[in-house]
Design a protein around this ligand. Structure first.
Ligand SMILES: C[S@@+](CC[C@H](N)C(=O)[O-])C[C@H]1O[C@@H](n2cnc3c(N)ncnc32)[C@H](O)[C@@H]1O
Length: 266
């Protein structure tokens, strides 16, 4: 099975990520950061969280990697706009980092592990580049725990179809609950887990993001074979159900985020 990045890099998907900041999405990790640290952010996307991490560890530096050149370019643009200079954005794959072992004081990764086919292999690579005594922070959603109302059978099917698409791409939409076990298996100690909910405002943000994913789904052949859809019309019915829900006056969505911090033993 190939590993494909499910959200893709459309303007909608990238703007969705770019709403995030270190304060809003890395609050669980900020207490572990100290001025002067050298840290790694893996899968930085447009880099808006990275820039907040950079402010927290200045005069230290953040090295941030992403597999997509487009994201690295965008992250550099955002750093220039915010006049933040203690960052270095590099195109790289999380599985094969070109850093020596024991390089970083801390490693962070946000909303990446749910897209990986080999999360343990990625964690072992993060363990390798972390200094002894260094800290890791990983945050990913778990689709087993979100709250959504008011639902309809078509909307439930749309959400289940989004899960199916991510699984078809080699990802795991319910990886949040597995993070503790994965960190332990990768050799980390002192593992501490927390979880939080994120309520989206406006609801059109997650709705449009998921609706476009459904409409662009390349897996339609497998989806038809597996009985998910019977053609373009049923895809559109699912995407429209998300848009209708986002306009409902009582619409509510709370996303579950699982957060894990661990340490590499000295
Ligand atoms: C959902 S975005 C998250 C971006 C940012 N961390 C945030 O939370 O806003 C996931 C990012 O991980 C990157 N990514 C996915 N698989 C990767 C891999 N194997 N190596 C490096 N980056 C990867 C994608 O290109 C994408 O930019």
């Amino acid at each position: 099975m190939p590993e494909n990045y499910t959200p893709g890099y459309s303007a909608n998907a990238v703007n969705f990520m770019a709403q995030r900041t270190a304060v809003s999405h890395a609050a669980f990790f900020l207490p572990y950061l100290r001025p002067g640290m050298h840290i790694l952010d893996c899968g930085c996307g447009p880099g808006t969280i990275t820039l907040g991490l950079a402010s927290a560890i200045a005069p230290g530096t953040v090295t941030a990697i992403d597999q997509a050149v487009s994201q690295i370019e965008l992250a550099w643009d955002n750093a220039k706009k915010q006049e933040i200079s203690n960052v270095n954005f590099i195109t790289a794959n999380i599985y094969t980092l070109l850093f020596a072992e024991n390089t970083f004081d801390a490693v962070f990764t946000h909303a990446v592990f749910e897209h990986l086919q080999e999360p343990l292999q990625a964690l072992r690579e993060l363990w390798r580049v972390l200094k002894p005594g260094g800290i890791i922070g990983v945050r990913s959603p778990d689709w087993g725990g979100f709250l959504m109302t008011p639902t309809t059978p078509v909307l439930d099917r749309a959400m289940a179809y989004c899960k199916f698409l991510q699984e078809q791409n080699g990802g795991n939409p319910c990886i949040g609950r597995e993070l503790c076990a994965l960190l332990r298996q990768a050799g980390f100690i002192n593992i501490k887990a927390t979880a939080t909910y994120e309520c989206y405002e406006p609801l059109s943000l997650p709705a449009e993001y998921l609706a476009l994913r459904i409409e662009a789904s390349a897996e339609i052949e497998q989806a038809i074979e597996k009985g998910w859809v019977d053609g373009q019309a049923s895809l559109l019915a699912m995407s429209e159900s998300l848009r209708e829900w986002s306009r409902h006056p009582d619409g509510f969505f709370a996303q579950t985020w699982c957060e894990v911090v661990g340490k590499k033993s000295v």
